[in-house]
Design a protein around this ligand. Structure first.
Ligand code: NAP
Length: 264
């Protein structure tokens, strides 16, 4: 891919860190954003070993002002060819709850949806001015399948699919391409917080392959694995009782933070 400067939010872990490693190479400049500076530095060191030049930024994506400053500085030195809005959290019903709290729902919507939209708008003016650039918005198959155990997460991801597809059409004539990426279960620290069946879980490396392949082919939407993707999309068309029947055996709860995770 003809990319030089790439910025990824949520680059300290999981899919974002894997995308950063996969996009590393001589001549590439990466902007890596997350909150955990130590993990960002570890990812940056691996990317640098592969020949990339990295700039890390410990920023909460909800801090729009700090994010804008970083992206402006980065973009001035290295016009951004690809921006990946990937940062996200999974929260929902914990073991002792019937449904998520209002506070949890708000955090999920702020981080997964509002901050993602803000971050896109932070890079968009420069891309439109240049008439080039690409944006990948990381959603989820949950965007097609409302999860009773994580209503706000499902809503945030459904909104991101809609947002990405609408934005793609809006920018079609401006040389800026937008893609929505909808992973199913991916083995990352986030998935470790999902206590329940994770059918068809794939590695973060395989997820990165699907995402980058879809972007290379200029797809508007990439969802994977293939069968869960199409079942998820079709589930929106069937009668409600059929959809609910199909959701049997998928219930889960979210691990409380103290449970910790092994993967990074
Ligand atoms: N894993 C799955 O099964 C799966 C499935 C479908 C979609 N996805 C989506 O894929 C994306 C990446 O998830 P993942 O599985 O790679 O999870 P992960 O390993 O937990 O990584 C999440 C990343 O987001 C960052 N992040 C979270 N909140 C942030 C905030 N407020 N400010 C800045 N950075 C923040 C984290 O960085 P810090 O911890 O350093 O802040 C981390 O780098 C998410 O949008 C997720 O919804 C994941």
């Amino acid at each position: 891919m003809d990319l030089k400067a790439i910025v990824i939010t949520g680059a300290s872990s999981g899919i974002g860190a894997t995308l950063a490693r996969r996009l590393s190479g001589p001549g590439r400049v990466l902007g890596l954003i997350g909150r955990n500076q130590q993990r960002l530095e570890m990812v940056a060191a691996e990317c640098a070993a592969a020949g990339a030049h990295c700039r890390t930024a410990s920023i909460d994506v909800r801090d729009t002002a700090r994010l804008q400053v970083f992206l402006d500085h980065f973009g001035r030195d290295h016009p951004i060819d690809l921006f990946v809005a990937n940062a996200g959290i999974l929260d929902g019903r914990h073991a002792d709850q019937v449904t998520e709290t209002g506070e949890a729902a708000r955090s999920v919507l702020e981080i997964n949806l509002l901050a993602a939209v803000d971050s896109v708008h932070a890079v968009l003016p420069a891309m439109r001015h240049r008439g080039s650039g690409g944006i990948i918005i990381v959603s989820s198959l949950a965007g097609f399948v409302p999860l009773a155990d994580a209503p706000a997460y499902s809503a945030s991801k459904a909104a991101l699919v809609s947002y990405a597809l609408a934005l793609r059409d809006a920018l079609a004539s401006e040389g800026v391409k937008v893609m929505a990426a909808c992973p199913g279960f991916v083995a990352t620290p986030m998935a470790d917080g999902h206590v329940g069946p994770r059918r068809g879980e794939i590695s973060a490396d395989d997820a990165a392959t699907h995402i980058l392949d879809g972007y290379r082919r200029n797809k508007s939407l990439v969802g994977f694995p293939l069968i869960p993707f199409w079942l998820s999309r079709l589930s929106l068309l069937v009668p409600e009782f059929v959809r609910r029947w199909g959701m049997r055996g998928t219930r889960f709860h979210v691990a409380s933070p103290s449970a910790g995770t092994a993967r990074k």
